[in-house]
Write a protein that binds this ligand. Structure first.
Ligand SMILES: [Zn+2]
Length: 259
């Protein structure tokens, strides 16, 4: 059964509270929208903590981003939401936040694009990194354009994460998956580096999506996500003895005339 506008307002307030409680947003960060119909978008206002909103704080705007109802002002990142709705007719909700670990990857210039966890491969495929763009300007979305048709979660370089889905709860869950993936990838790096799945195993996961009723637009393409075979050789592990290591160091010092 379709939810009423009031129920959807309550959903947005709830998602804002969850994001705040999880530490994904500080101060007035983040924004959430729902496409109500062909003409109207329900949006969080600017200048308000998304963890402390009331359903009446939300506003309605049209598909040009102009406010049509509400006391507060529209989010400055509305253009990003409108771009996603314009390119993806299947999408009914967009959620943007700054979850710290995934945003750390984005700030380090690193996509979350390794084939590491079955759940992430099934649900998202890969999480690409969109080029940096100045917030509040069209540049913010320019770097995302190549990825929006295929992917449902994007890292935004030096900024944060945006996820979108058929409803606001699913969009929130996608953000949760991205942040959880980022945390696990970081721990795997601290423990000696992730063991990326081989191509054949990643393909099996893509093939099993229909069985799990997963509706996503991406297919397994080379490097999206990266398979074990795609990983740069710099991560390749080699074994040498202590004696061999000392010999290499001696040789290097001799070449530089140190000893
Ligand atoms: Zn932001």
């Amino acid at each position: 059964m379709l939810k009423t506008e009031q129920q959807l307002r309550e959903d947005v307030v709830q998602v804002g509270r969850w994001m705040f409680d999880k530490g994904w947003i500080a101060a007035n960060d983040g924004n959430v929208t729902i496409r109500l119909d062909d003409d109207r978008i329900l949006a969080t206002p600017t200048g308000v903590s998304k963890g402390m909103m009331h359903p009446r704080d939300l506003l309605l705007c049209n598909l040009r981003g102009e406010k049509i109802c509400g006391d507060r002002e529209c989010t400055t990142e509305m253009a990003m939401h409108l771009t996603i709705y314009g390119m993806r007719p299947d999408i009914r909700s967009v959620v943007h936040a700054h979850p710290p670990v995934a945003t750390g990857f984005a700030a380090a210039g690193r996509a979350l694009d390794i084939g590491l966890l079955p759940e992430v491969i099934l649900c998202l495929g890969s999480v690409p990194l969109a080029d940096y763009g100045l917030p509040g300007t069209p540049a913010l979305t320019e770097g995302m354009l190549p990825y929006i048709p295929k992917y449902d979660a994007l890292l935004m370089a030096n900024h944060g994460v945006v996820c979108y889905a058929e409803d606001v709860i699913q969009a929130f869950h996608r953000m949760e998956t991205v942040e959880h993936f980022a945390r696990i990838a970081l721990v795997a790096e601290l423990l000696g580096g992730p063991k990326v799945l081989p191509r054949a195993e990643i393909q099996k996961l893509f093939d099993s999506r229909a069985r799990y009723h997963v509706k996503v637009h991406n297919h397994f393409e080379p490097g999206c996500p990266m398979a074990a075979e795609d990983m740069p050789e710099v991560n390749e592990k080699i074994e040498i003895t202590r004696g061999q290591l000392l010999a290499i160091i001696d040789e290097a010092l001799k070449v530089r005339g140190v000893c």
